[in-house]
Design a binder for this molecule. Structure first.
Ligand code: ARG
Ligand code: ZN
Length: 471
């Protein structure tokens, strides 16, 4: 989907990465979206509006096959363009005509249509493919997790390559239809609403629709055997939660945590404003890992997360991301604080609401637990670098930054900002600097020093910078 704002930096990056050979010659789209942390992720020259994935999966052998249809629009005249994908491709059609293709690098699929596509044109790409995703490693990584009864696709930032071809960068959001056939006795889950379920010849096909713009890493697919619970929030949003049938000891604590989703969503609507999507929920597959992810409308919680007891805080975190991360997405991966700082702070607010410690107390506790010389303070949440994109500092120092902001501008303006930002930027993308400007606008205060100290400096801010409640 087109971003509503094309800021000068992005224009410049687009020019630098895709200078036409001459004004008359169509040129290839850039093999990357221009992300400073991950230059090869995403692509240039086009913008996807919709993914239609029609898949079949055999859990016994981990064989995945299917067809992906992408609806897109060119942003330049294109002689050729790239998709990001790691499985085996058998055919590619562009606008109904067979296109030639090559794989290059670990996750690049280069497509050359029979004829160049003019600038500003809608076009359709159909990719037929198959593979055994768990056998595919890219840079030593696989984001396709096998479970005892199936598999799950979830990771950040890389998750799509193992199950569908895409323009894999959060700046290009699109709607999704995911339809998947699995052997009878198995279930499948994806984002959004279940629109149909059909059985035929020993296979069950379920179709899911995510009808609001969704970043590619937020698309998820799970196959397995699940117990489902259904309800609705006070405000009428359908809730679907799913628990792998094989969960052992952690089953009770998983349910005691994830079953709070509806109540948490209602509470968060009071803090962040109207819930942005058509459904909400979470699923707990038996991945044996504790990794959790804010997959859109259907958060992913690795079962190990609940091995040693309930963890409601992670549920608050992932549901909070539906506003901060999913509806308002990072423009580039260096803007990650816009996701993790706010989701972490939401858990502190929940604690405050539950009478289990105020955000101020939690901020001071976190501050004190890292001595001034600790490596923790060397990571700048405002630009942590790809190696530290998910460092504890992005989360904890990131949340402290919000507590410092709250203390500086007072609760009235602070909570106006928490609610105003996701509504002003809903379904779009934003940069960290956009948020800084927005906070200054709403509060009428100059906040450069505060943001510099908390987000852009590789050392510990002074403790008074955290405290000092202003009424
Ligand atoms: N966004 C996820 C969360 O905060 C965490 C992603 C961590 N990713 C990673 N590659 N370690 O819940
Ligand atoms: Zn998070």
């Amino acid at each position: 989907m087109r971003h509503r704002l094309m800021v000068p930096g992005a224009v410049l990056a687009a020019l630098l990465t895709a200078v036409p050979a001459s004004a008359a010659e169509p040129s290839p789209g850039a093999p990357g979206a221009g992300d400073a942390y991950y230059p090869a992720y995403g692509n240039g020259g086009y913008d996807v509006s919709h993914y239609d994935l029609r898949l079949k999966y055999q859990p016994k052998s981990d064989e995945l096959s299917g067809t992906a249809t992408l609806l897109a629009e060119t942003t330049q005249e294109l002689s050729r363009f790239n998709l990001d994908f790691a499985l085996d491709v058998s055919t590619v059609h562009v606008n109904g005509r067979k296109a030639s293709f090559e794989t290059s690098g670990d996750h690049e699929l280069e497509v050359t249509p029979a004829q160049p596509i003019a600038k500003g044109e809608d076009f359709t790409v159909v990719v037929r493919y198959s593979g055994v995703p768990s056998e595919v490693e890219v840079n030593g990584l696989t984001s396709w997790h096998r479970t005892p009864d199936g598999a799950v696709a979830a990771n950040e930032p890389e998750s799509a390559w193992w199950w569908y071809p895409s323009n894999d960068h959060p700046s290009d959001k699109a709607t999704f239809d995911v339809s998947i056939a699995v052997p009878e006795g198995y279930q499948s889950l994806s984002n959004g609403r279940l629109v149909s379920e059909r059985e035929s010849a020993g296979w069950v096909r379920t179709s899911w629709r995510s009808s609001k713009p969704q970043a590619t890493y937020l698309a998820t697919l799970a196959v397995g055997k699940f117990d489902l619970t259904k309800s609705t929030t006070e405000s009428g949003i359908p809730v679907l939660n799913a628990y792998s049938k094989g969960l052992g000891d952690e089953d009770g604590s998983a349910r005691a945590s994830v079953e709070r989703t509806a109540e948490i969503t209602d509470w968060l609507e009071g803090v962040f404003g109207k819930y942005p999507f058509e459904s909400v929920g979470g699923y707990v597959p038996d991945t044996g890992k504790s990794f959790a992810l804010e997959t859109q409308t259907m958060a992913f919680y690795g079962n190990k997360r609940f091995k040693s007891g309930t963890d409601v805080s992670v549920v608050v975190h992932e549901v909070a991301h539906q506003w901060y991360g999913d509806s308002v997405s990072v423009r580039n991966w260096k803007d990650i604080w816009l996701n993790e700082g706010f989701a972490s702070y939401a858990s502190w607010l929940w604690s405050e609401e539950q009478g289990e410690g105020t955000a101020q107390e939690l901020a001071e506790y976190a501050y004190d637990s890292y001595p001034a010389g600790d490596e923790f303070w060397k990571v700048k949440p405002g630009d942590p670098g790809p190696e530290n994109q998910f460092h504890g500092a992005v989360y904890d120092r990131g949340a402290m930054a919000l507590q410092a902001l709250r203390n500086k501008i007072g609760d009235k303006d602070f909570f106006a900002i928490l609610k105003g930002w996701p509504s002003e930027r809903s379904y779009g993308n934003a940069r960290l600097a956009d948020f800084e400007k927005y906070a200054e606008k709403v509060s009428g205060e100059s906040l450069g020093k505060l943001f510099d100290a908390w987000l852009h400096t590789a050392s510990r801010p002074s403790k008074p910078a955290l405290g000092g409640v202003k009424s």
